[in-house]
Ligand binder design. Structure first.
Ligand code: MGD
Ligand code: MGD
Ligand code: MO
Length: 787
């Protein structure tokens, strides 16, 4: 494949049409080359061409000259002009005038809105202390450092959380584990960090990629563009896929391991058992660069394959086949996803996979498990501004006394489960204010949605910042601020490399960017820490600041926002593999990994010191045929939830007609035999229920699932239904998180069982459908009163 540079030298893309400038004119349309990243939500950030007329976005195309996505876009991005110009968007700030839940609002000015926020914050500071203010955000929106900076530097509170995501069970188990294991993270190397991509002479194609609990073609999760896998497959890479369902990638894999949901830690230990006992590991790497091999060797003996087969339902010869294929591949890469995090054993599953990468000598070799860092080390991520808090205030961060990992982790945050308890019990201190910026919490993010709904409603003062009116805002906001969407903000994107610009090309009524909102609130509350004139000056500061939590590679940049805007994207000059040999990873500049021992720690010394198991281990899901056999008689199906869909990013986009037409209803997938045994037809609406609650979903057959396993979508609410309670946009009617558990996590507080619950499924009849689940939750005291 030609690199983009060569394309430009001998253009096979029509550069008369696709110019190389960052901006040009085509008739009455202005074309801007930039990047699309939130709002609406996305984990990725693809290069786009924005076509605007005046300040209205009229068309979007993938940028064919960008090595990142090479012109490809997902359907949500292609529909962007409909989302950005949607008439239901919030147009100006609103103040609640009725009771919470009544959906009665008054239009106010920005100045008035900031005034209300300032008044409440100052009162809370005086009466209760800054720590009683909690800021929350959703996943991977373009706000990762912004809300934390606001929390630590304007509110003065250490309590920044991912909106009640139980067990912080998205990404953080993997990143935190990577941090403890080797001081860094790992990502499958599909050449994405190289400007010349596959043409770079240093690059080697992965022989095998193991896709673990991840469906990147749909999800493009964690800054990883899923089609990079397909680009590798086209060049000859083989796949191993671990998934209870036959995904598109699994259907093209050499080996598909159809695992019982929630048992991945055992499966990984089974593969490690084969790799160690058959001596398939890279002896030189293990000796030179890892710590604790003997202890790990001993531990894997506790996981003989017969036992692992019984736990995971994966035949043992398949486990052997996968382990051998991966260990013998030179290089092998692991592309891991959310299912790793979403069990109580999320931490040891991530640990086991890191051990596998290290044992096989795949860490940071070309085409292996690359060690990435954010472009020019720009991101302090969730830690941005922590340095502005006193030691005393830091010590008040909720969750750190149980789990020191929360303060230290790759992404330090307070723990949502602990914040929830504080709201419910007032201990260790009450919570007085929620600043909710980019999460539609109980519609989607939290488990046990009814519990979280009640808790959030009970907090005295709440602010929501969102482009749309959401169930969360209607139920509990006192002030709602309209957020600008991606095409309306000046910002930049780092989730690894390259660094990319986000350029404002349009304006929707009075909406303001998250950066501007934060700056303007910050100026009122703590002007010394918000000295910037405008969002662009603030961006300059951020771009040039580098990461305060580690020294060394990669180097900072002195680029300004306006320079980046014209450059569009920027690659590292000092990129290289085997960084542990070069002294790039450790803060002291010596070779090795950034850990106590300087090695990749199969036996983790930090965990040992903190009293957590320092080796990978298996823990059964808290509710399962094995741990709760009696309950399983009543709820005889294993429920995994939240597999991503093409049309939606979590609870977003349900109001965009072209996407909703493609996916009108919330689905539960089950084996045709299971449906037949329950007398249920495809396309029929059913109740899915367990001990905590129930919801209504539409049946779709998926006979690649085990007959005892079902998969249900998450994030459903209905913008077309009545906003006021008891309906609340029907948010509890089809909410799979009526059934999930909040606050049941691994010992480190990381990892929660979103993807391994139990349930039963039954037909909807006039008798069992008299009251809607939304009414049960909002009016009748919840499912404990009415089933
Ligand atoms: N059962 C089950 N539940 C799950 C999951 C699962 O697999 N199963 N997945 C979980 C995971 S991994 C995650 S990360 C969470 C995600 O949960 P969240 O991140 O909370 O996702 P949403 O509910 O879509 O809320 C995002 C809200 O922010 C708004 N928004 C989008 N972009 C921006 C922006 O740039 N600025 C501002 N101010 N607002 C913005 C959107 O309009 C939307 O209302 O859900 C979790 N919930
Ligand atoms: N379109 C779209 N893209 C998204 C999102 C979105 O909502 N919509 N959300 C974003 C977010 S926040 C995240 S975290 C990522 C997540 O994206 P992914 O990491 O791809 O996660 P999922 O799609 O939840 O699940 C991936 C696969 O795990 C399988 N699975 C289910 N249970 C188990 C299990 O117990 N073990 C194993 N091994 N596999 C299991 C599912 O069948 C599914 O095919 O996607 C991001 N991208
Ligand atoms: Mo996530």
């Amino acid at each position: 494949m030609k690199s983009k540079r060569e394309f430009l030298e001998k253009p096979s893309v029509n550069t008369d049409v696709y110019k190389q400038d960052w901006r040009w004119q085509e008739g009455d349309l202005t074309v801007t080359r930039t990047m699309q990243w939130t709002a609406p939500g996305c984990h990725n950030g693809c290069s786009v061409l924005h076509y605007t007329k005046g300040d209205e976005l009229v068309k979007i195309e993938g940028d064919p000259l960008s090595p990142y996505n090479e012109g490809r876009l997902c359907m949500r991005c292609l529909a962007m002009k409909d989302t950005v110009n949607h008439p239901d968007r919030l147009k100006w700030p609103l103040k609640r005038v009725g009771e919470r839940g009544e959906n009665k609002w008054e239009r106010i000015s920005w100045d008035e809105a900031y005034g209300i926020i300032e008044e409440n914050v100052r009162k809370i500071w005086a009466e209760d202390g800054p720590e009683t203010i909690v800021s929350m955000q959703g996943t991977g929106r373009n706000i990762c450092w912004q809300t934390p900076y606001l929390s630590y530097s304007a509110f003065g509170s250490p309590n920044f959380v991912l909106g009640f995501l139980s067990g912080d069970a998205c990404y953080l188990p993997r990143t935190t584990m990577g941090h403890c294991f080797m001081g860094d993270f790992m990502v499958a190397d599909c050449s994405q960090h190289l400007e010349k991509r596959f043409d770079d002479p240093e690059y080697v194609l992965p022989e095998v990629i193991m896709i673990y609990g991840n469906n990147p073609v749909i999800s493009n999760g964690d800054g990883f563009f899923g089609h990079w896998i397909i680009d590798c497959m086209k060049r000859g890479t083989k796949l191993i896929v671990v998934d209870p369902s036959l995904t598109w990638l699994a259907s093209r894999a050499e080996v598909w391991l159809k695992v019982r949901p929630g048992t991945d830690a055992a499966l990984v230990l089974g593969m490690l058992n084969v790799i160690i006992n058959e001596k398939l590991y890279d002896k030189e790497f293990v000796e030179k660069w890892t710590y604790g091999f003997d202890e790990l060797e001993k531990r894997v003996q506790e996981y003989p394959l017969e036992k692992v087969e019984k736990i995971t339902w994966v035949p043992k010869d398949k486990i052997v086949e996968a382990a051998r294929l991966f260990a013998k591949a030179k290089p092998g890469a692991i592309q891991w996803g959310l299912a790793v995090d979403q069990s109580v054993a999320g931490i040891p599953t991530a640990h086991g996979l890191l051990c596998m990468a290290a044992l096989c000598g795949d860490i940071d070799v070309p085409g292996g498990c690359m060690i990435p860092r954010c472009a020019y080390d720009i991101s302090d991520s969730y830690g941005c501004g922590l340095w502005n808090l006193s030691e005393e205030m830091l010590g008040k961060m909720l969750g750190v006394d149980t789990s020191p990992l929360h303060a230290l982790g790759f992404d330090p945050t307070a723990n949502g489960d602990t914040v929830l308890q504080a709201i419910e019990t007032g201990k260790p201190y009450p919570i007085k204010m929620l600043f909710i910026q980019s999460t539609n919490t109980f519609a989607n993010m939290s488990a046990d949605s009814a519990r979280v709904y009640n808790a959030m409603k009970s907090v005295p003062f709440n602010v929501v910042v969102d482009p749309f009116m959401t169930p969360t805002a209607v139920a509990c906001a006192d002030v709602v601020l309209p957020a600008a969407m991606s095409a309306e903000r000046n910002s930049a994107r780092v989730w690894w490399w390259p660094l990319r610009s986000i350029v404002k090309v349009s304006q929707y009524y009075e909406a303001k960017s998250d950066e501007t909102i934060i700056l303007e609130i910050g100026k009122r509350l703590n002007p010394d820490l918000f000295p910037w004139e405008d969002d662009i000056e603030m961006m300059d500061w951020w771009l040039q600041s580098g990461n305060r939590f580690h020294a060394g590679w990669p180097k900072k940049t002195d680029m300004t926002f306006n320079e980046l805007k014209e450059k569009v994207m920027s690659w590292p000059e000092d990129w290289g593999y085997k960084k542990y040999e070069k002294g790039w990873l450790r803060d002291d500049g010596k070779p090795g990994f950034n850990t106590n021992t300087g090695k990749a720690e199969l036996f983790m010394t930090l965990f040992d010191a903190w009293g957590f198991d320092p080796l990978p281990y298996y823990e059964e899901p808290p509710e399962s045929p094995v741990s709760t056999p009696e309950l399983f008689k009543e709820y005889p199906l294993i429920l995994t939830t939240g597999q991503r869909t093409w049309e939606y990013f979590h609870s977003e986009q349900r109001q965009v007609p072209v996407l909703r037409e493609s996916h009108p209803d919330p689905l539960v997938e089950l084996h045709a035999d299971t449906a037949a045994s329950l007398g249920i037809a495809e396309g029929e609406w059913v109740y899915v229920e367990n001990m905590r609650g129930k919801c209504k979903l539409k049946v779709k057959f998926n006979s690649t699932l085990d007959p005892k396993v079902v998969r249900a979508e998450h994030g459903w609410w209905f913008p077309e239904r009545e906003a006021a309670e008891p309906s609340l946009f029907g948010v509890f009617d089809s909410n799979i998180n009526n059934l999930t558990q909040q606050g049941v996590t691994g010992p480190t507080l990381y990892g929660a069982p979103y993807k391994n619950q139990i349930c039963k499924i039954y037909k909807i009849t006039p008798e069992n459908d008299k009251v809607s689940p939304s009414e049960i939750v909002t009016r009748l005291g919840g499912f404990k009163n009415v089933k």
